[in-house]
Design a protein around this ligand. Structure first.
Ligand code: B1M
Length: 241
């Protein structure tokens, strides 16, 4: 008779392992749906899968970095090899934005004091804004006040915004090898306006590197949204000393 409860216990444990396995597989397949949704530009699937993932308590960072950015990388590779075209890029971007809109509020932290003011924009000639908006959301989430100037931003606009908002940091984004050099013009314009000692300049975007950032006289470079926040904090503490 004593064997019976032990037997029930073993069965119960086996069952719970089995249920966990199914449950985890369910989560995995959901997020793989998100990868597919971004890649195929399926906005509805991207939104519904993101809603499910949020309801399951999956961290926004995991959803973004583990699935959406990977899908975008694959889209870029397909575009480069002639297997995808501009309409495919646009549809993928639309699906990713739909999903990011749901995740943005979750990136916001509970911060009352401002860490500093950031003016952010994609430089003149460049229309890519997904990565830049991700950086903006992360900065906001970590307590920075963010003034988002959008895309195709000229050096004049950056300088005006710094003056108007008394900004501490400029964040520039560029995704094209043809537009990244414009960043140098922005640095020169900031210098010409006599603001170089007042505002720190950060740059980011896929074709950039640390050495490019130093070459153009920027104060910081980061290759993703998380490290951009870290760098901004670092630069602010330098400012405060
Ligand atoms: Co275009 N595109 N695109 N595109 N596009 C790329 C960039 C490309 C690499 C694709 C490829 O060939 N493999 C290629 C550039 C090649 C090059 O210059 N070497 C390219 C091209 C050629 C073009 C066009 C010229 C195509 C054409 O018309 N023939 C054209 C240019 C238009 C223009 O800007 N004037 C074009 C257009 C477009 C769309 C408009 C259709 C669309 C953008 C839609 C939008 O953004 N609203 C698009 C897309 C979607 C892409 C890819 C596929 C994806 C970009 C993306 O959103 N990635 C891209 C291929 C790729 O990147 N692999 C490609 C996801 C995003 C989260 O990552 O933007 O890298 P990312 O941001 C990261 C980091 O870089 C960093 O943090 C972010 C988060 O981790 N970061 C910063 C970014 N900005 C930062 C700023 C900071 C700090 C960090 O401040 C401090």
């Amino acid at each position: 008779m004593e064997i019976f409860p032990e037997y029930i216990c073993k069965v119960r444990n086996k069952l719970s392992v089995f249920i966990n396995l199914i449950y985890n597989k369910h989560i995995m397949s959901d997020l793989n749906n998100l990868y597919d949704a971004v890649l195929t530009g399926n906005l509805n699937l991207a939104v519904s899968t993101t809603q499910e993932a949020i309801a399951e308590g999956i961290a926004p960072q995991e959803i973004i970095n583990g699935y959406m950015i990977k899908a975008m990388e694959e889209m870029g590779a397909r575009f480069e090899s002639g297997k995808a075209f501009v309409p495919n890029l646009l549809m993928a971007a639309r699906a990713m934005k739909g999903s990011l809109d749901l995740l943005k509020p979750l990136l916001k932290g509970d911060t009352s004091a401002s860490m500093g003011k950031v003016v952010i924009g994609t430089v003149k000639g460049d229309l890519h804004d997904i990565g830049k908006n991700l950086v903006a959301s992360m900065m906001e989430g970590c307590g920075f006040e963010v003034i988002n100037l959008g895309v195709d931003v000229s050096s004049d606009k950056f300088v005006e915004a710094v003056k108007e908002h008394n900004a501490d940091i400029i964040c520039m984004s560029a995704l094209l090898t043809t537009t990244m050099n414009y960043m140098k013009e922005v640095v020169a314009a900031v210098e010409a306006a006599g603001l170089k000692d007042k505002v720190k300049i950060m740059v980011g975007g896929a074709p950039l590197s640390n050495s490019f950032a130093s070459q153009i006289g920027a104060d910081g470079y980061s290759d993703n949204a998380n490290s951009a926040v870290q760098k901004a904090k670092e630069l602010m503490s330098v400012n405060l000393n």
